[in-house]
Design a protein around this ligand. Structure first.
Ligand code: FAD
Ligand code: SF4
Length: 499
């Protein structure tokens, strides 16, 4: 059952007090998967979410509305360092799965092998396979169908094939997708099987309660053991309207690789290793556009439907589409004078498995202070990715190409587009964004090196577990949602088994 926390606040102003077997903080990919397993194991489960619950019909495909309602910090969250890099994250029942593109990749074998060598048993070959099978079945994961992929994806496919490179349609958890291209604003058709519509529904059917508008601010410990959490009750417009406390036998943090280390910092817990908030990894990304002599209408079709993996380089190229107003906001100066051609524009993004590492710390105002300075090696791989995308569009017959660099303009030939894309491109000339925060409470057997044990228990505090993207020891290299769900499932099964 979904319950608005503020509606349960006692009239006398005292805190809302709840008692349960398992309390899970966060309802995104990790929290939902953990809640589903634990509720099925007959535990009384309470999930706490600071955002609201949304129905598909409430989503408005406008950036301003979606950013305000569905994103952390109104989608103004940035990482600072040598440059400012946006780091979006979702907020609401479903977490980032509410606003993601539905891309589903299993962790590559080479990554799992490396992670196994870090002492992570679940990364052993075959270990997660049956969990992936189950999650993919429940989320209706299937390859993008060409008819809803439409021109923005198909023109890229044409270029990839002309170049003779291996590419494929992306598998997504969107069984009812109609190809409206606005996944980032919440799926208005309900066609995307985000976890609020799937894993959390299962958990609720098995008796779990989801309390919304509950911002957890502190993990509680007594006599050296975690006994639950406390925080602030929020009104639907995010005003503080009271307090709550949840007492639990077991507590699972799943507030994402930003929210979870923030909670541990604020609680002054679990940092004997000094690793809380360190080891932040993301997938830095960039992208570019091209103009064709035919209609593309990139706002019609699957948001991200076709990809190429450059495995040795740790680069993944994925088509990308959004609304015209989003493009104008992102690339206004580049598009100036080209607006009339927007219906002939194609667009593609690229992301890398970073080797840069950053930190998450609390700032004075309660928000996360995220420090991250992209190292030269990563910057150069982004340039390499842009060169590749330009070549694909040229091979597809683009009339005009664009290097993707700030200050450059669309040009007629591939040679002109590639000219500025040299290894020495300064960071400030690149349009960099980041996605998929990971690693800030990394797992590992050594309590001096890791925050969380390989089975999901924190090294320092009995009764406290973690089940989200913060567990990964380094960048995964592919879109992480189903791997986060799989690892959270693995962790939750161990909690259930321990009783
Ligand atoms: C725009 C966008 C597109 C993406 N596209 C894809 C994609 O196509 N495929 C893919 O695999 N991945 C994608 N991702 C990434 C993927 O969705 C995330 O990596 C994944 O959902 C992270 O899971 P998580 O459990 O770590 O955190 P989240 O899913 O982010 O969930 C964390 C939840 O915890 C809540 N929370 C945090 N702190 C607190 C607190 N103190 N109290 C109460 N609640 C709290 C948050 O509000 C949030 O709802 C995308 C992400 C974004 C932002
Ligand atoms: S493209 Fe449209 S219909 Fe398809 S999953 Fe995204 S928002 Fe939903």
């Amino acid at each position: 059952m979904s319950i608005a926390g503020h509606e349960k606040a006692p009239r006398d102003g005292s805190p809302l007090r709840l008692v349960t077997d398992v309390c899970i903080v966060g309802t995104g990919a990790g929290g939902a998967a953990a809640g589903r397993v634990l509720a099925a194991a007959n535990a009384k489960v309470i999930l706490l979410e600071e955002g609201r619950r949304w129905r598909p019909t409430q989503f408005v495909p406008k950036p301003s509305v979606a950013y305000r309602n569905l994103y952390q910090e109104g989608n103004t969250r940035v990482m600072s360092g040598k440059s400012y890099i946006p780091l979006p994250g979702g907020r609401g029942v479903g977490g980032s799965t509410l606003v993601n593109s539905g891309i589903c990749f299993r962790a590559p074998e080479r990554v799992r092998r490396r992670w196994q060598s870090f002492g992570l048993d679940w990364a052993a070959p075959g270990e997660l396979d049956s969990i992936y099978d189950d999650i993919e079945k429940r989320l209706f994961v299937a390859p993008t169908a060409p008819d809803i992929a439409r021109a923005n994806n198909l023109i890229f496919k044409k270029g990839v094939e002309a170049l003779g490179v291996k590419g494929d349609f992306i598998s997504r958890n969107a069984p009812g997708c109609q190809g409206c291209g606005v996944c980032q604003f919440g799926c208005p058709t309900g066609g995307k099987a985000s976890v609020d519509l799937t894993l959390l529904r299962d958990a609720e059917e098995d008796g779990a309660d989801i309390y919304t508008g509950c911002r957890v601010e502190r993990v509680l410990q007594e006599h050296g053991r975690c006994v639950g959490v406390e925080g602030t009750l929020l009104s639907p417009d995010d005003r503080s309207v009271g307090r709550f406390e949840v007492r639990a036998e077991k507590t699972v943090l799943a507030g994402s690789a930003v929210g979870t280390p923030m909670l541990l910092w604020q609680s002054g817990l679990c940092n004997r290793s000094g690793q809380v908030g360190r080891n932040l990894h993301v997938h830095p990304g960039t992208g570019t556009i091209a103009f064709f002599d035919q209609d593309i209408r990139l706002w019609s079709g699957v948001t991200q439907g076709y990809y190429v993996e450059m495995e040795d380089e740790g680069i993944t190229i994925e088509t990308f589409t959004s609304t015209p107003e989003t493009y104008y906001a992102l690339a206004g100066p580049t598009l100036a004078g080209n607006l009339a051609k927007m219906n002939r524009m194609a667009s593609c993004g690229a992301m890398i498995a970073d080797r840069t590492s950053g930190t998450v710390r609390p700032s004075g105002d309660g928000r996360a202070n995220i420090e991250y300075s992209l190292i030269d090696e990563d910057r150069e791989r982004l340039v390499q990715a842009l060169r590749f995308v330009c070549k694909v569009y040229a091979a597809a017959g683009a009339a005009e190409l664009y290097s993707g660099l700030i200050g450059e303009r669309p040009v007629k030939t591939l040679e002109e587009a590639l000219r500025p894309l040299t290894a020495g491109v300064p960071l400030h000339a690149l349009n960099v964004y980041a996605s998929h925060p990971m690693g800030t409470c990394r797992m590992g057997p050594d309590p001096d090196e890791a925050v969380v044990r390989p089975d999901g228990r924190t090294h320092d505090l009995p009764g406290l577990h973690v089940a989200d993207g913060s567990l990964f020891p380094e960048a995964l290299g592919v879109n992480p949602q189903i791997t986060i769900m799989a690892v959270a499932t693995w962790v939750a099964r161990r909690i259930a088994k321990a009783g």
